[in-house]
Design a protein around this ligand. Structure first.
Ligand code: G3P
Ligand code: MG
Length: 248
């Protein structure tokens, strides 16, 4: 798979938007990324009960909205007016859960790059990948560089590879797994997006020698970011990119 469209300058990706300054995975958090001079955003997509692709990290609504219970049990009409900002700070009470299409339009209108993390609720892998990628393909016209599609879910990446073989993919690894060569082969990914806590210089070298771009999450300490970049990590996901950028 070609990785030629994957340029990271500055080498920092806003994790769920700038979640240090605004409620995560909202358009407000995405706007903060522009204000911080970031080019890449990472966000998480799941389906509502009725199949609307929306941006939210948890399987439950409770932490990041004033709703309750599983995302997969509620329809979009019930969810779209939930307050997705007061939990962070009452001044963000107007924030709503974005649906995927509005977030994609925001990305393209602002000439940003997107890492779309497919984060299916339990048992919903196939539907989440298909609906999200079909929605993205309606909006993503060829003049724009494609999104990076990532997931912890190997099956999601395999389905994604069949739908849009030309869109780059990233395998998320939360732990060091000795079978990573097998996993990257199965998923034909361009990037390996790995938890910074499990990285050493030697492991970064191993991953890079396989020809993959290494991205690492979640890095909020500028000293650690510099170390990872020095070892050969191409870019880091950060909740507060400006702190990393100003230290480089
Ligand atoms: O894509 C990097 C990172 O977002 C993966 O972990 O749990 O924050 O989605 P998580
Ligand atoms: Mg994520």
């Amino acid at each position: 798979m070609t990785a030629s469209t994957l340029k990271f300058d500055p080498p920092v990706i806003a994790h769920r938007g700038v979640r240090a300054e605004a409620p995560e995975n909202t358009l407000t958090a995405f706007r903060q990324a522009i204000a911080q001079g970031v080019r890449w955003l990472e966000t998480d997509v799941k389906l509502t009960h009725d199949g609307m692709p929306i941006l939210i990290h948890d399987d439950l609504l409770d932490r990041t909205t004033n709703g309750h219970g599983p995302v997969a049990d509620m329809v979009w009409a019930e969810m779209k007016n939930l307050d997705a900002g007061s939990w962070f700070n009452p001044s963000f009470a107007d924030a709503r859960i974005p649906h995927l299409a509005e977030a994609l339009r925001f990305v393209l209108d602002n000439k940003l790059r997107l890492n779309l993390e497919l984060k299916p609720c339990p048992g919903r892998t196939q539907a989440t990948v298909m609906v999200s990628m079909i929605e993205a393909a309606k909006i993503w016209t060829p003049e724009f560089e494609p999104p990076l599609i990532s997931s912890f879910d190997v099956n999601a990446l395999i389905i994604a590879s069949r739908l849009h073989p030309d869109w780059p993919r990233g395998l998320l690894l939360d732990q060091w797994q000795d079978n990573w060569p097998e996993l990257v082969k199965m998923t034909d990914v361009a990037t390996i997006n790995i938890n910074e806590a499990v990285l050493t210089a030697d492991r970064v070298q191993q991953l890079k020698e396989s020809g993959h771009i290494v991205l690492s999450y979640t890095v909020n300490d500028p000293i650690r970011a510099k170390e990872l970049l020095h070892w050969g990590v191409t870019a880091v996901f950060s909740d507060n990119p400006k702190e990393i950028i100003k230290s480089l």
